[in-house]
Write a protein that binds this ligand. Structure first.
Ligand code: FAD
Length: 362
């Protein structure tokens, strides 16, 4: 309940202004986010690799309702993968990338690309939201929006806006997946709110059939997920299981903490008994313990733990030292506001600490 209220409050422009303009904002942001540039992301990835941890880099930016911005985000990923390959960081999938399809056009509903901030968008934050002042810029040396959406002009979108958005996101994702393949690594498609689950799973599955290494993410909070997991627990399929970070309606999701945890445990058992590659994304000690005991029946390199930058870093290193594969999810980029809010909402104590520091900065 509190989490839902926090997510809704964070949608207010006033709260956004307070949080982003706060004098200690950068130190709080720095705990969870690598920095704004590719250089920042590479530096953090290098440091984590030298500690024996795997990495997934996420370029922050969601809900692109502008075609150029979606193309620039895709170009940023392609450029990032080239840099990872040049440094040997991506070899064997040691550093991979995570991506939200809304950042590369899933929500575009008109060829001109401004889309419409409809119910889908507002439901993500509980209110309307103007375009971010921190829109991503193309990486140095990359032309702005160079991606060519072959059939964007004249697309009729007969099945509604999602058809155009899906086509655009699929084309961008394919470029990123090809760049990842060339760099010797993988791509994981993040899960967003329930309105995009069908399209997200569909797109990831279609590209996985052609390129193999595309991972999907499922959220234990969603009632549908047990069914999705049964389908995804198949040979070679990389599946990240997380609790789910979005405020969802009761009809679609479990909202009580223990119901989400029980759903997580059921999905976990299915994935660990299956023949895919489970990626268990949680900081919850009880779920980590269950994973560990289920993992005894598998080889240690047939599944991995995943945690977020800034959350339980000691546990990340402890698990890695025990011989487990542990991947740290590292976001970077200027558009960090909503990512930060989700992290603060997961742990209201963090938000309280942050707000207290604003009231008495000395
Ligand atoms: C690698 C990774 C990828 C993810 N990808 C997605 C995704 O694609 N889509 C999606 O909806 N969600 C994603 N999530 C977020 C996830 O859904 C949860 O919202 C988040 O992980 C918190 O849930 P938890 O399992 O850690 O359990 P919780 O019960 O929330 O936390 C368990 C314990 O972990 C610690 N902890 C958790 N969060 C924080 C925090 N923010 N700050 C400090 N301590 C904390 C606390 O000690 C807490 O008691 C991802 C999470 C991870 C780790």
């Amino acid at each position: 309940m509190l989490r839902k209220a926090l997510l809704a409050a964070a949608a207010s422009e006033r709260v956004r202004g307070l949080l982003t303009g706060a004098p200690t904002a950068s130190s709080v942001v720095g705990r969870y986010v690598a920095g704004e540039s590719i250089q920042d992301a590479l530096a953090v990835a290098r440091a984590l690799r030298s500690d024996g941890l795997l990495v997934s880099l996420d370029y922050l930016g969601e809900d692109s309702i502008d075609a150029q911005r979606a193309a620039a985000t895709a170009a940023q990923y392609v450029h990032l993968l080239g840099r990872l390959a040049a440094e040997g960081l991506s070899d064997g999938g040691a550093v991979e990338v995570s991506i939200k399809l809304s950042a590369i056009g899933l929500l575009l509903s008109s060829p001109g690309g401004t889309g419409s901030p409809n119910g889908e968008l507002t439901s993500r934050m509980g209110g309307s939201r103007p375009p971010s002042p921190l829109a991503p810029v193309p990486p140095e040396g990359m032309p702005d929006g160079e991606a060519k959406i072959s059939d964007m002009q004249g697309a009729e979108g007969t099945a509604g806006s999602s058809t155009l958005g899906e086509r655009i996101a699929t084309e961008h994702l394919e470029r990123i997946v090809v760049a990842a393949r060339d760099a010797g690594t993988t791509v994981t498609v993040d899960a967003e709110d329930h309105t995009s689950t069908d399209a997200t799973l569909r797109i990831a599955t279609a590209l996985r059939e052609r390129f193999g290494s595309v991972g999907s993410v499922v959220q234990a909070a969603l009632r549908r997920t047990e069914g999705d997991v049964r389908e995804l627990a198949a040979p070679g399929v990389r599946v990240r299981l997380c609790k789910g970070a979005y405020a969802e309606p009761l009809a679609e999701a479990f909202t009580a903490r223990h119901d989400i945890d029980r759903s997580f445990a059921r999905c976990l058992r299915t994935l660990m008994a299956g023949s895919g590659y489970p990626m268990i994304a949680t900081h919850d000690p009880r779920l980590i313990a269950i994973t560990r005991s289920l993992g005894l029946g598998r080889s240690p390199d047939s599944f991995e733990y995943q945690m977020l930058r800034g959350v339980r870093p000691v546990e990340q290193r402890r698990l890695a030292a025990s011989g487990a594969r542990v991947r740290v999810y590292v976001p970077y980029g200027g558009d960090w506001y909503r990512y930060l809010v989700r992290r603060l909402a997961e742990r209201p104590a963090n938000l309280a600490l942050f707000l207290r520091s604003q009231l008495s900065p000395g």
